[in-house]
Write a protein that binds this ligand. Structure first.
Ligand SMILES: *Cc1c(COP(=O)(O)O)cnc(C)c1O
Length: 368
């Protein structure tokens, strides 16, 4: 790593979180590793959660599933999102399970041939994205897939408001239970609980939970989990700016007096969006405001007192929680971490050993 801007990921804490979650739900756990494990690096997180007892990995697409297979993961993998009928042979060959989510998909799959394909029926109980809403249509799909020789191993739904609305969640759950009972089939996998539901919605019907964001300690109800991710950069230059001088593009900030302004190598091209202007970062015991516009590759902060050369700057981590940052940005922690892109080095901590992982970008520079 040449540029000192990095995301630190403690894999031991992730392992610990999955063990805790498993205990909390008392069921099997499906670790949701979509979007490169929410930006944390799917193969590292997959390794951490599988070693700690996760029973299956879930991703959003066949590409993501194949990335895990190509890394050598032999675990059960479920694609939660949509898949193309043309890719059924690949899924069969790679033993990847997929969601059967519409009448059209099921009919086309049966017509093309799906013998041996592992499927989980997706029931739409109120999210209104993919999935079966009508239980007779669901039953028909079940029969069609069975006749075509697919292996129907599961059934699932997804809650839209497990963090905010229990009435809505209860109503969704009732619809899901009705669908499962209507099919009256001994499904190997019955799952509906996402992170927030896992912690507080003790449904008796399902036999597995699907957890994503709580691997990273984030959860509305369960506060005993650890926070394994932090984002850091460092102070590269400090200068004194005099009263009346401005900072950055658009001259949107004017110094009120002589002020210490530090520049750090992180910007919106790393995922630190411009809306961070005016928020604070943490450096050597002080909270320093981001002043002026966030640039593409750099950001300026106002120090209240001097710091050491190359002082480490925390964007979020032990002193500024990801949840607080999300609240201040009027967004959710998921979005913040998913936006941290490949230019930011991921540093993994495991059993006390730090492993630096070079991103695609840095590899290309080193080999140039
Ligand atoms: C993303 C996703 C999850 C995980 O949700 P978290 O809130 O991160 O636990 C579970 N199920 C489905 C279908 C998803 O798309």
């Amino acid at each position: 790593m040449y540029r000192r801007t990095w995301m630190e990921i403690d894999l031991d804490m992730i392992s610990d979180n999955i063990r805790k979650l498993k205990k909390i739900c008392g069921k099997r756990v499906i670790a949701v590793l979509k979007a490169d494990a929410y930006g944390c690096g799917d193969r590292y997180v997959a390794d951490a959660v599988l070693r700690a007892g996760a029973d299956m990995a879930a991703v959003s697409s066949l590409d993501e599933a194949l990335m895990l297979r190509n890394e050598g993961f032999a675990c059960s993998i479920l694609i939660l999102g949509m898949t193309d009928i043309r890719d059924i042979p690949v899924m069969i060959r790679e033993r990847i399970s997929c969601a059967a989510f519409s009448k059209e998909w099921v009919e086309a799959a049966a017509a093309e041939g799906c013998k041996g394909l592992k499927v989980h029926l997706k029931v739409d109980t109120g999210m209104n994205r993919i999935g079966f809403r009508d239980k007779d249509e669901l039953k028909k799909a079940f029969e069609t897939l069975k006749d075509a020789g697919a292996k129907i191993e599961g059934i699932f739904t997804h809650f839209c408001c497990a963090d905010t609305d229990m009435d809505m969640t209860n109503a969704q759950y009732a619809r899901f239970r009705e669908a499962v009972e209507y099919l009256d089939h001994p499904f190997e996998w019955i799952h509906c609980d996402n992170s927030d539901a896992t912690a507080m919605f003790k449904d008796p019907l399902s036999n597995a939970c699907r957890v994503g964001i709580s691997l990273y300690g984030i959860n509305t109800y369960e506060k005993t989990l650890q926070y394994p991710i932090s984002l850091y950069t460092e102070v590269i230059m400090v200068k004194t700016v005099h009263a009346g001088e401005t900072i950055g593009y658009g001259a949107t900030y004017t110094a009120q007096k002589d002020e210490l302004i530090a520049t750090c190598p992180i910007g919106y091209a790393d995922g630190l969006i411009r809306a961070n202007q005016g928020r604070k970062v943490y450096v050597e015991g002080q909270y320093a405001e981001i002043v002026g516009r966030v640039c593409m590759d750099q950001v300026m902060i106002r120090l209240e007192k001097p710091v050491s050369p190359n002082a480490q700057v925390e964007i979020f981590g032990p002193h500024i929680s990801l949840e607080k940052m999300a609240e201040e940005l009027h967004t959710i922690p998921y979005e913040i971490i998913c936006l941290i892109n490949a230019r930011v080095t991921r540093t993994y901590v495991s059993r006390g050993n730090e492993t630096e992982v070079n991103t695609r970008m840095i590899q290309s520079r080193a080999s140039a």
